[in-house]
Ligand binder design. Structure first.
Ligand code: DGL
Length: 279
């Protein structure tokens, strides 16, 4: 039976839109509710307990809207809070780390994989572990992993500076060590980074595969819906709802050039710290 309840997607801000867009591509019948916690972004330089609390609050909000699944469209929140959310969600929870690692292992030819993310994501080591586990699963040996944090990328993405000289210089600084290490695959382990993919691709040069963790996660969302028999197969026009914890006009002005088709529209404001959660 068709389950027309929406899929709930959250991120610290606009980065999760890179995941949402991929979900729309592979699941055009699904309604979605997106929550961007812009007022508390960035998450990437916060303590794990803070990110877990924020993520639980965001989850409570999405659950209050009767979602059938929760997608953690943020690598930082996936790295810190997936276990806590999974245990309390009562609906399937999809994170973005494992799918991204899988794609990287399938893409690499020379076994040299770069991972860029927020300080939080990189310092947990979850990505490195996920890539190593995926290599083991596929019987691939001699994997070398090179990591770097790119904290300024988040602000540049939120600012809408997706293709600009400041971004180019910043990217050169962050990415040159990875390029010199000879990687052939680069995981953009932060959902904000695909917004800067043009500049990142230019700096890395031809022949380097950029892994978009949102694209990887969207196919997992599809399989989890099918496995749980909760996909929307109906012909009704799916609803696309947006919430932010900050200024709605600002959210829309940054997100619109990326999502296109006059989206997002009708964005509402909601502050999720009204939910008291126990960590
Ligand atoms: N987009 C988020 C991620 O994937 C984090 C950005 C931030 O809030 O620091 O890690």
């Amino acid at each position: 039976m068709a389950d027309t309840r929406p899929i709930g997607v959250f991120d610290s801000g606009i980065g999760g839109l890179t995941v949402l867009r991929e979900i729309w591509k592979v699941l055009p019948n699904e309604s979605t509710i997106y929550f961007g916690d812009n007022s508390r972004a960035p998450y990437g330089n916060k303590a794990s307990s803070t990110v877990i609390r924020y993520s639980l609050q965001n989850m409570e909000f999405l659950k209050s809207r009767d979602v059938k699944m929760i997608v953690i469209a943020c690598n930082t929140a996936s790295a810190y809070a997936y276990e806590a959310l999974k245990d309390r969600a009562n609906v399937p929870v999809v994170e973005v780390v494992t799918p991204g690692a899988e794609v990287a292992i399938r893409a690499t030819k020379n076994g040299k994989i770069g991972i860029i993310g927020t300080k939080a994501t990189i310092s947990t080591g979850v990505y490195k572990k996920a890539v190593e586990q995926s290599a083991l699963k596929h019987g691939i040996k001699n994997i070398e992993i090179f990591q770097n944090t790119c904290p300024l990328f988040v602000s540049l993405a939120e600012e809408g500076w997706w293709d600009n000289e400041v971004t180019r210089l910043t990217a050169k600084e962050y990415l040159t060590p990875l390029k010199e290490a000879g990687i052939d695959t680069l995981v953009m382990a932060c959902t904000h980074y695909p917004l800067l993919a043009k500049v990142i691709g230019e700096i890395m040069g031809e022949g380097i595969t950029l892994v978009n963790t949102g694209e990887a996660a969207a196919s997992v969302v599809k399989s989890v819906l099918e496995e749980n028999d909760i996909a929307a197969t109906g012909t009704d026009e799916p609803k696309k709802e947006f919430f932010t914890s900050d200024d709605t006009a600002m959210f829309e002005s940054i997100a619109t050039p990326f999502l296109g088709e006059g989206l997002p529209s009708g964005t509402q404001k909601f502050i999720t710290d009204v939910y008291k959660v126990e960590i």
